[in-house]
Design a protein around this ligand. Structure first.
Ligand code: NAD
Ligand code: ZN
Length: 360
């Protein structure tokens, strides 16, 4: 047995208001006055002086606002990298992503593609990146995906939705300031938070589970119950705890895998553009056969927070569409093996998979 030797985020600052220390964190990392810091910021913060006035800009540093309405694409990463190369005098000192999973993944991918030749799609897969990325920093403004700790950046390419999984992907620095999450709309708070809960269920119920993953997964699972079910926390506490649940949920899957909800929601994302958080919720809602306890709790949380999920997503799909869904989901073999064991194909036949999609 050969064990994987994973990198972790080497530096993290945690605390309400810690975003104010960004200048102190970045300045020692500036290579020279011609090598700027590039801030990739969710465009939901455009015109929001509370946040943008605290982004420390000097010399040629600049902010690029990016919409999170669609999940990141390989072509988008390539275009950003080209723009940065053309408009900077020297290779940047660093890339700083400020936003949710979408912006965090873009920042990781851009940092990698600034030092690696070719196109982002060439690196979708496992351990294909050759050169170390430039210095990159992740600052989440919504909690749940675990993208701030993970070793992947999930991108939709011309042929597949798949991460760039590599030792160079994790951030060099993460800033966890829960105050940045204070204005997240309620439904989105639930969907992205449930991404974390589903990470925990899929990791804890999976065949790849080990003590490393379990210790993180159980902590995040308990935090999610406290946040989404018990309802005794004040807002600040709940925001801080969800930030740490996201972190632990991400750490839990680092050494195991996710499962059925993720495999199926990748299909929905690829075919219909359904976003990760809500897509996972739509799928997970129908997986009581596989995750009875997790789905029961999920339904309680959904009810407690008055969340109604879209219905009939797959109602008008053609046979060709269902084939695409099956192909994308089936391609994620480790997720199925983790969920159902080595003989997963005898349990999750294409017919069974389609019958599940038809419920959604
Ligand atoms: P997101 O980044 O797509 O953002 C969701 C919505 O919330 C957007 O409309 C955004 O503008 C808004 N938003 C974010 N912060 C806000 C704030 N503070 N105030 C108001 N609005 C705010 O959502 P997400 O669920 O965090 O990320 C989903 C993405 O993460 C997907 O692309 C998915 O593939 C990826 N992902 C990556 C990993 C990983 O390990 N790399 C893991 C899971 C998911
Ligand atoms: Zn997820």
């Amino acid at each position: 047995m050969s064990y994987k030797n994973f990198p972790m985020v080497p530096r993290v600052i945690f605390g309400r208001g810690s975003f104010n220390q960004l200048n102190d964190i970045l300045e020692p990392k500036r290579l020279n006055s011609k090598a700027p810091f590039i801030f990739l910021v969710d465009d939901v913060f455009k015109g929001n002086a509370w946040l943008t006035s605290r982004v420390p800009l000097s010399y040629d540093d600049r902010i690029i606002f990016i919409s999170a309405n669609e999940e990141p694409k390989t072509s988008q990463v390539d275009a950003l990298v080209e723009d940065i190369i053309l408009t900077t005098k020297e290779r940047p000192s660093g890339i700083i992503g400020i936003g949710g999973g979408t912006l965090l993944d873009l920042a990781k991918a851009v940092a990698i593609m600034l030092t690696n030749e070719g196109e982002a799609k060439d690196y979708q897969g496992w351990d294909l990146v050759k050169n170390e990325a430039i210095y990159h920093v992740g600052i989440p403004t919504i909690s749940g995906t675990g993208a701030e700790v993970s070793r992947t950046t999930v991108l939709t390419g011309p042929e597949k939705k798949l991460g760039i999984n590599s030792d160079y992907t994790p951030f060099d620095q993460v800033v966890l300031d829960s105050e940045l999450t204070k204005d997240v709309p309620k439904a989105q708070w639930f969907y992205t938070g449930m991404d974390c809960f589903i990470h925990c269920v899929e990791s804890l119920e999976g065949s790849y589970l080990n003590a490393f993953s379990q210790s993180y997964g159980e902590k995040a699972y308990d935090l999610c119950k406290e946040i989404f079910l018990n309802g005794t926390l004040d807002e600040t506490e709940a925001q801080e705890k969800l930030m740490m649940a996201s972190w632990h949920g991400g750490m839990s899957i680092a050494y195991s895998q996710v499962g059925i909800a993720h495999a199926m929601s990748y299909g929905l994302a690829y075919l219909l553009g359904t976003k990760h958080g809500i897509g996972n919720c739509i799928v997970f809602d129908h997986l009581e056969e596989f995750y009875p306890e997790g789905v029961k709790l999920f339904k309680e949380m959904k009810e407690k927070h008055n969340i109604s999920l879209p219905q009939g997503l797959c109602a008008n799909l053609t046979d060709a569409d269902f084939n695409i869904l099956v192909n994308i989901a089936y391609g994620l073999e480790p997720l199925w093996e983790n969920a159902l064991g080595k003989n997963w194909k005898t349990i999750m036949t294409p017919g069974k998979l389609i019958s599940l999609y038809k419920k959604m």
